[in-house]
Design a protein around this ligand. Structure first.
Ligand SMILES: NC(=O)c1ccc[n+]([C@@H]2O[C@H](COP(=O)([O-])OP(=O)(O)OC[C@H]3O[C@@H](n4cnc5c(N)ncnc54)[C@H](OP(=O)(O)O)[C@@H]3O)[C@@H](O)[C@H]2O)c1
Length: 259
């Protein structure tokens, strides 16, 4: 199958392209630096010729409310229009578990707008809502740091490895569209504060993590289950502590660790 991965040079996209190629598919990594731009439309028509499926794993360069909304709306409209013209039979998009419970945040309003455009289009689709990636936990801690303290709500959290996200997407993109939403998540549930604590400890980062029910997640008030998927979710096989052992071996010191 020819499968175009839009955002194919990013964290998830580059892993997905490799996995599809390993399975014998023709995977095209589409991104601005490979000559394909979903905002301007540059290179899209050529890239999509003969494609069976398109996987959208783009992300907005800016998370400012208006900019991120404009990015996902423009990019999704351009992709869907070009897919219709090329006769693409499956649009797969990566979204976030709990998007509709997180609408206080502009990023999630933009992801919901993306999902709604897909649902309203004529292209058969599968929306894949994933939980937060392990690779993202340190960024969450950094965003919630004041001085030497990280304050996070003790909301339930079920993160997963980017590698497992890419494996799930490879399976979904090479199967029939479900014309609906599937959820994927990690194999364990623990508190968001606990995830940050484990991540920083593995990096020997001295910041203290405090479970604070009043703290916000990227400015969003959190309910206990806002970030976790339903119980019948497809689960990734990688455990957070195993991933930490592996990734911290490669990056022994936290970049944000005070000198
Ligand atoms: N972070 C999480 O925990 C999480 C959880 C669930 C779902 N998600 C979703 O997963 C998706 C992918 O995330 P990621 O971390 O893999 O993103 P990423 O590493 O930031 O990669 C984004 C990709 O999009 C490309 N891109 C940016 N502007 C583009 C344009 N105009 N046209 C074509 N491609 C463009 C980038 O290319 P360049 O590098 O060349 O700019 C890059 O290949 C996002 O939509 C996000 O919402 C994230």
């Amino acid at each position: 199958m020819k499968i175009v991965v839009v955002g194919g040079t990013g964290l998830i996209g580059s892993k997905l392209v490799n996995k599809l190629r390993e399975r014998g598919h023709e995977a095209v990594a589409a991104a601005p630096n490979t000559g394909v731009n979903s905002i301007t439309g540059e290179g899209l028509a050529d890239a999509l010729k003969g494609a069976s499926a398109v996987v959208d794993v783009t992300n907005s360069p800016s998370w400012e409310d208006a900019a991120v909304l404009k990015f996902f709306e423009t990019s999704t409209r351009n992709l869907l229009a070009n897919e219709a013209a090329a006769g693409v039979g499956h649009h797969v998009a990566l979204s976030v578990v709990g998007t509709d419970r997180l609408l206080e945040g502009g990023f999630f309003r933009a992801k919901l707008a993306q999902e709604n455009l897909i649902k309203g289009s004529s292209i058969p689709y599968t929306i894949v809502r994933a939980t937060q990636f392990f690779e993202f936990v340190k960024q969450i801690a950094d965003f919630s740091t004041v001085g030497n303290q990280v304050r996070l709500p003790p909301a339930l959290f079920q993160p997963m490895a980017a590698e497992d996200v890419a494996s799930a997407l490879a399976g979904i993109a090479t199967n029939s569209p479900v014309n609906g939403t599937v959820e994927i998540g990690g194999p364990e549930r623990f508190g968001l504060d606990e995830a940050a604590r484990r991540d920083l400890a593995a990096r020997q980062d001295p910041r203290e993590v405090i479970a604070d029910p009043q703290a916000r997640y990227y400015g969003i008030a959190m309910s206990e289950r806002a970030l976790v998927p339903d119980d019948n979710t497809q689960l990734g096989g990688t455990y957070f502590d195993d991933w930490l052992k592996q990734s911290v071996k490669q990056a022994p010191k936290s970049a944000s660790q005070p000198a």
